[in-house]
Design a protein around this ligand. Structure first.
Ligand code: FEO
Length: 185
């Protein structure tokens, strides 16, 4: 009897269902960040915190770009990226400080989620996704630095008198500050 060679199985996907689900979970966090920051930007604008508003509009766009990076990656790898539901968006805030406290909280949650995802990829030997995620690891370092500095400004400058006006001005310099700090590391 002739040796029968097995037919080649062509894989239709290069990420597992589990990794796909975790990446879609990450899409939810990035989408929420984009929506939260847009809502915060709008509130800041209505309160006269124009520089913070501009900073947050820009940040919202960046988060959308992060989400789209994940969309492209999942679909190119044979999965299906899912547009997340956006509900319970907070529209008003107690203070400018609350806006930046919430921003820092969300960035810390995003970093934790990215780290879990990286850990999962390493353990399952999905080195392509592991490699893809390194961009997010660096980006989160910068974003957390910015968010942490924003919160520090409230204690450094103080909110009395012209303090809030000065804090708002300083928020506009945060991206340059983070670039300098992360480059020198
Ligand atoms: Fe893309 Fe700031 O999380």
């Amino acid at each position: 009897m002739k040796n029968q060679t097995k037919p080649m199985i062509t894989p239709t996907r290069s990420i597992t269902k589990e990794t796909e689900a975790l990446l879609n979970q990450q899409i939810i966090l990035e989408g929420q960040a984009s929506a939260y920051y847009l809502s915060m930007a709008s509130w800041c604008e209505t309160q006269g915190y124009d520089t913070s508003g501009q900073f947050l509009y820009h940040h919202s766009e960046e988060e959308r770009m992060h989400m789209l990076k994940l969309f492209k990656y999942i679909n190119t790898a044979g999965g299906h990226a899912l547009q997340p539901e956006m509900t319970s968006i907070k529209h008003t805030f107690k203070s400018l400080r609350e806006v930046f406290d919430l921003t820092l909280d969300h960035e810390i949650a995003v970093t934790k989620s990215i780290n879990n995802l990286v850990d999962h990829c390493f353990k399952t030997k999905d080195f392509a996704t592991f490699n893809f995620l390194q961009w997010f690891v660096s980006e989160q370092r910068e974003e957390e630095t910015i968010a942490r500095r924003a919160v520090e400004l409230f204690d450094l400058i103080g909110e009395e008198g012209v303090g809030l006006f000065m804090i708002d001005q300083e928020i506009g310099k945060l991206e340059a500050y983070a670039a300098k700090v992360t480059q020198s590391n």
